[in-house]
Design a protein around this ligand. Structure first.
Ligand code: NI
Length: 167
């Protein structure tokens, strides 16, 4: 396994591209998933999408606190309901947090790393992470959901307000 360099705004345009679907889940995809999980854990993130390591493919990894990491290939949000207000950060936008609205509940379909079809229904942080990482696959970042500039803040200057996960 290897720790991959994480792409940051504004220099990396791969973050703004629509990623391609994975058609064959082979050993190179397995290796990429392993490396993404290691990279996410090393960066203390809760989620990571392949474009964040410079690879424009529809693969995300998520690790909820206290749980095993998981990968979803070609994830698709098939249903979303309600609304939750969250404070969110992104490993590709270091040093910032933003207050945005996410769906309270999402249902995602995709494939696991063995290529088996999966369907996940989630709320709370998991729903937030699934939306955040799916956004990455369409070239979107959480900062695109910020409604006013005072909802985005530099965490280095506001340590006491530091909360929210990096996704
Ligand atoms: Ni992110």
């Amino acid at each position: 396994m290897a720790i991959l360099p994480i792409s940051h705004l504004p220099q990396d345009s791969v973050l703004r591209q629509k990623a391609k679907r994975v058609s064959i889940i082979d050993s190179s995809i397995q290796r990429l998933i392993d490396d993404m999980i290691e990279t996410m854990q090393e960066a203390k993130g809760v989620g990571l999408a392949a474009p964040q390591v410079g690879i424009s493919l529809r693969i995300i990894v998520i690790r909820m606190p206290g749980e095993q990491p998981m990968a979803i290939i070609n994830p698709e949000i098939v249903e979303h309901n309600g609304e939750q207000e969250v404070t969110e950060g992104c490993l590709s936008v270091p040093g910032y947090r933003g207050e945005i609205k996410r769906s309270a509940q999402v249902t995602v379909k995709g494939k696991d790393r063995q290529g088996k079809r999966i369907k996940i229904k989630a709320t709370g942080l998991m729903a937030e992470a699934l939306e955040h990482e799916s956004d990455h696959l369409d070239g979107k970042l959480y900062i695109d959901h910020i409604e006013s500039q005072d909802k985005l803040y530099n965490v280095e200057r506001r340590i006491s307000s530091e909360r929210g996960e990096n996704l």
